[in-house]
Design a protein around this ligand. Structure first.
Ligand code: URA
Length: 245
């Protein structure tokens, strides 16, 4: 909950004093209703209008979430399932955050959230070479030859994937499954699942363990933390630079 005039000031519409004048003059609506009460408090879901224009917070914010399985990576879901936005703390709802790229419903791990569209495009647009590391539990015993195939590119939907790095993390003969790590510098639809299926090892479980240098270390499932200015800068540099380690 936040005072209406403070929220208006954060949206850059006016100073707090000026915002108070506007409220007094009946120029401000909350959820379609004119509010003239000075201490009025709003919550994340409230829509504030000044002279019929909806306000939005201009401040740019950048977060990493440890996305749990069973949550959709979009702002809303027509089937009413939980989304990465619906599980955010209430005080962040006003920032109109959205996910940077997507993770499948049943994939967990590192997911960035921001309200900066340009930042998102730089990180996940077609020219980005930002490395993203996944750990996949797959069916069957993965061999060195399978890894070579992944690394040199496999065909998915008529597209040959770019060269990448992959490794065998473990092989579980008893359960006829393996854990495979893969570091991609692109992001096609269901890319990891499609690549594993293409080499005959369908994915059973998938986790994104890093996005650039960002991990979910210290975050419980569903938790978020704000990125530091240094982390934001590194993500932008790593998305574009050639030969970045
Ligand atoms: N590749 C997939 O197949 N699924 C994800 O969620 C991310 C990458």
């Amino acid at each position: 909950m936040e005072r209406l005039q403070k929220y208006m000031a954060r949206c850059g519409i006016a100073s707090r004093r000026k915002a108070e004048d506007m409220i007094r003059e009946g120029k401000v609506k909350v959820n379609g209703e004119v509010i003239t009460e000075m201490g009025y408090k709003i919550s994340g879901n409230d829509i504030v209008e000044v002279e019929d224009k909806v306000l939005e917070i201009k401040e740019k914010r950048y977060f990493v979430m440890n996305k749990p399985r069973g949550v959709i990576s979009s702002s809303n879901d027509e089937k009413g399932r939980q989304t990465v936005i619906s599980i955010l703390p209430q005080e962040l709802r006003n920032y109109r955050l959205f996910p940077v790229g997507r993770l499948d419903y049943d994939t967990k791990g590192v997911l960035l959230l921001t309200n900066d569209g340009e930042f998102m495009n730089t990180l996940v647009g077609p020219t980005s070479i930002l490395p993203k590391e996944y750990l996949a539990r797959v069916e069957g015993e993965v061999t060195k030859n399978d890894i070579l195939q992944l690394e040199s590119g496999v065909e998915i939907d008529g597209y040959t994937t770019r060269r990448c790095k992959a490794y065998i993390a473990s092989v579980d003969r008893k359960n006829n499954s393996s854990s495979v790590g893969i570091i991609l510098r692109e992001g096609k639809y269901h890319q990891v699942k499609q690549m594993m299926a293409a080499i005959g090892h369908p994915v059973k479980r998938l986790t994104r363990i890093s996005f650039g240098e960002i991990t979910v270390e210290g975050l419980a499932e569903g938790e978020i933390r704000e990125l530091t200015p240094h982390e934001i800068k590194r993500l932008l540099v790593q998305s574009q630079a050639k030969n970045v380690k």
